[in-house]
Ligand binder design. Structure first.
Ligand code: TRP
Length: 342
């Protein structure tokens, strides 16, 4: 890991820093893999990457302690199973690095209530968790800003649902810099070159999500039988023609997107290859492509999960490295804000 906090001027050969966080809120699904995880691996070559397991964000909604603890391990094992290399990428748990919450407190003093109350995710979550509208739901984006700014991240790979939070992160950083000088790096959103938006199998106008019913998504750990069964039941249409039209044929188009992203085939090619064939054919081809993709990941995952000692070591190393990077930012921030020297 060569992530450095020096400015580009001090070290012109430095790679841009990428930061991404995933909540440990359940085994990831195929959409997460195609949209995010798979790219994480490719990015390792050209960037200094930090891949954080954001357990502190997860507790903004009620979690079962034993389950949360287990999910953190599972996510680390999955990161490793898809090919993230802990020597090159920094893999760690957010709660192991106190700089996240320290910086979040400080940045919270530079964030307006109105900004937080305007966030669409806050509005959605307060509607969904009406029984537990806690302050953490409101300040969630400030913690996310701290995650990103703590490591002077240049680029943040995010989906559309997190764009607003990244905009706010930028606003906070710019506001802070306007007061204290050029302290924080203002990050940019990073939209990967490849990657499709994978939709629910049963409601293909909605994004595939692990918080929806089981039959609507393919888990990264689904068995071949489960994959075949779920795809067999995937919603299509009555036209019986394999062509891409996300508007009027969302189900078939989604199956085609999945197939293309996993096999590298183009939409044009599938339309030719499957000309005159029924949806059953397409579904089994997609199922086999999914099974072939998941098989090596699942066996690597099982291997990592069977060695808790090795996982602990990776998690602890990641935390130590992340802490030392975070400490440098925190020292500057503390000094600039005027907190008493230690
Ligand atoms: N809020 C993000 C999500 O729910 C997760 C996240 C937390 C994150 N901190 C981050 C993503 C920093 C990117 C960068 O998807």
């Amino acid at each position: 890991m060569q992530a450095q906090l020096n400015s580009k001027a001090e070290n012109p050969k430095k790679k841009p820093i990428i930061f991404s966080g995933i909540q440990p809120s359940g085994m990831l699904q195929l959409g997460n893999y195609i949209g995010a995880l798979r790219n994480f691996k490719l990015l390792q070559d050209d960037y200094d990457c930090l891949y954080c397991i954001v357990d502190l964000h997860a507790i903004t909604v009620r979690q079962e302690p034993a389950k949360l603890r287990k999910l953190c391990y599972e996510l680390v094992a999955l990161y490793l199973a898809v090919g993230l290399d802990p020597e090159r990428s920094l893999i760690y748990c957010q709660s192991h690095v106190s700089g996240h919450t320290e910086l979040a407190w400080i940045l919270g003093c530079y964030t307006y209530m109105g900004e937080l109350q305007r966030m669409t995710q806050f509005k959605d979550k307060t509607a969904k968790h009406a029984e537990n509208i806690n302050a953490g739901l409101l300040t969630y984006p400030v913690l996310m800003a701290a995650d990103i700014l703590l490591f002077k991240s240049n680029l943040v790979p995010i989906g559309a649902d997190q764009k607003q939070h990244l905009e706010l992160t930028r606003d906070i950083a710019i506001r802070f810099n306007n007061i204290y000088g050029n302290v924080l790096t203002v990050p940019e959103p990073f939209i990967p070159k490849v990657g499709a938006r994978i939709m629910s199998l049963l409601e293909p106008t909605r994004k595939m999500s692990k918080s929806d019913p089981e039959d609507t998504y393919i888990s990264m750990l689904d068995s071949p039988d489960a994959v075949r069964r779920k795809l067999k039941r995937a919603v299509t249409d009555s036209e019986a023609s394999i062509r891409f039209d996300a508007e009027s044929k969302p189900g078939v188009s989604n199956l085609m997107s999945i197939y293309c992203s996993l096999t590298g085939s183009t939409l044009r090619q599938i339309e030719d290859d499957f000309a005159g064939k029924g949806y059953g054919h397409l579904k089994s081809a997609v199922a086999e492509a999914v099974i072939e993709t998941l098989a090596p990941i699942q066996s690597e995952y099982a291997r990592f999960m069977s060695d808790k000692g090795a996982l602990d070591q990776i998690i602890n190393n990641g935390a130590a490295r992340a802490r030392s990077l975070a400490d440098r930012t925190m020292a500057t921030v503390r000094k600039k804000v005027g907190l008493a020297p230690m």
